[in-house]
Design a protein around this ligand. Structure first.
Ligand code: PLP
Length: 413
């Protein structure tokens, strides 16, 4: 008999989305003709930009021709895309990176989940509460979680995010080696300012910790003054790894492409005190366990950096932005407190006094046919909140907002 990796036994199941599904199914069984609208999804609805389709079609034809066929590509990504990234996402914002610091992948979830591979098993990990569950579960699988007690893993350091602090975390209660930050944030929609990020970079420098900066929603930032990349902060290259994704910005959730930045300046240490390049370790890890993102997909991603591509992507993001605006207005009209939705596709809503997030979920589902995501699923601090997303179609979003307004009109609920 083979023994299992017992770290997996500590995982808390995919409770959140399974439970949401169960409640929707139970409701549908009783009300077969109700049209349910989901403002809970973390998936996009708008199709790919025409430039992407054109680029991928061209790449498909290349693959069918002996002269232009390509087999295995570089594990790190093709240089045409790595260069487009360096110029389009960073140089344009005054950040100098080399293509060799960019690692193209099949999405940010894998990178965010795998990056901890190059860190010692003994590393202490700090996450926010509420949190994107991948950060926690990938570390639990690697044996860094400890026992699960009262909604928290005992070896993970949680940084609570309170409404009173605009849902931004304060420094951890003891020094971790790895810190996960996500801005614009999933689920709360909060965004770090330059000042916030400067504090985190200083803290990481002082304590020798490494920041995993998840910028999957960077494209949703509208305020001119907000940082899009952690490398806008001086000294961040020595302490931070950044994760990016084309999923939410360009509708690549089903196409699969993202990348991470592992700067040459980022050094880790061996037990005996030698310095070792994180970039080299990650490169070694990827070359061993990953064989590259498909050529066709990388050509599609490259097309996003053309003028035409940028304009088409912006048009789609504007659709989601208007959805977010509609939701925010609706919530305001019924007197519910919410945040996010301005530089983020997520809106974090305070549930009415005296209700839990699951009770509010049930009310919206049963009385309005609208699905949300209960905040409790993202951690104990999410308990009094629900998350709404701007990713549905404008028609569905409008209809959902009408139903919410009808149900929750001030003083009538
Ligand atoms: C959606 C999302 C990602 C990106 O996932 P992909 O694997 O690139 O589709 C990363 N981080 C967060 C917080 C997300 O919500």
């Amino acid at each position: 008999m083979a023994y299992c990796n017992e770290a997996f036994i500590e995982l808390q199941g995919a409770y959140l989305f399974a439970e949401i599904r169960n409640r929707i199914d139970a409701y549908k069984k009783l009300h077969s003709n109700t049209n349910i609208i989901s403002l809970g999804i973390g998936d996009v609805t708008q199709p790919l930009a025409p430039v992407v389709i054109k680029a991928m079609q061209k790449a498909v034809f290349e693959m069918g021709n002996i002269e232009t066929f390509r087999g295995y590509g570089p594990e790190q990504g093709y240089s045409f895309l790595r260069e487009a990234i360096v110029n389009g996402d960073f140089k344009s914002r005054g950040i100098d990176l080399e293509p060799s610091e960019i690692f193209v992948s099949d999405g940010a979830k894998c990178d965010v989940g795998n990056m901890q591979d190059i860190f010692a098993e003994s590393s202490l990990v700090a996450v926010t509460d509420p949190v994107y569950p991948v950060y926690v579960d990938s570390n639990v699988m690697a044996g860094r979680g400890g026992k699960f007690v009262n909604g928290n893993y005992q070896r993970i350091i949680y940084m609570p995010c309170y409404e009173e602090c605009a849902f931004k975390p304060s420094l951890p209660i003891h020094d971790p080696q790895i810190i996960y930050l996500c801005s614009p944030n999933n689920p709360t929609g909060s965004v770090f300012t330059h000042k916030d990020l400067t504090m985190w970079v200083k803290y990481a420098q002082q304590t020798g910790s490494v920041i995993f900066f998840d910028a999957a929603y960077e494209a949703f930032i509208t305020d001119k003054d907000l940082p899009h990349s952690i490398y806008e902060i001086e000294g961040a290259k020595e302490v931070a790894i950044e994760f990016r994704s084309y999923s939410k910005s360009a509708g690549f959730t089903g196409v699969r492409c993202g990348y991470c930045v592992v700067p040459h300046a980022l050094m880790l240490e061996t037990q005996s005190g030698e310095k070792i390049s994180a970039n080299e370790l990650w490169n070694r890890r990827q070359c061993t366990k990953f064989n590259g993102c498909s050529y066709i997909v990388q050509r599609g991603a490259e097309a996003l950096y053309t003028e035409e591509g940028k304009a088409q992507v912006q048009a789609t993001i504007n659709i989601y932005r208007e959805n977010a605006h509609m939701i925010l207005e609706g919530l305001m009209e019924v007197g519910l407190t919410s945040s996010g939705g301005k530089n983020s596709p997520y809106i974090w809503v305070t549930v009415p006094e005296g209700m839990t997030s699951w009770e509010f979920f049930d009310l919206l589902l049963q009385q309005a046919g609208v699905v949300c995501t209960p905040g409790a699923g993202f951690g104990p601090c999410g308990a009094g909140y629900i998350r709404l997303t701007a990713f549905n179609t404008p028609e569905n979003t409008q209809e959902a907002v009408q139903r919410l307004k009808k149900l929750l009109k001030k003083g009538e609920s």
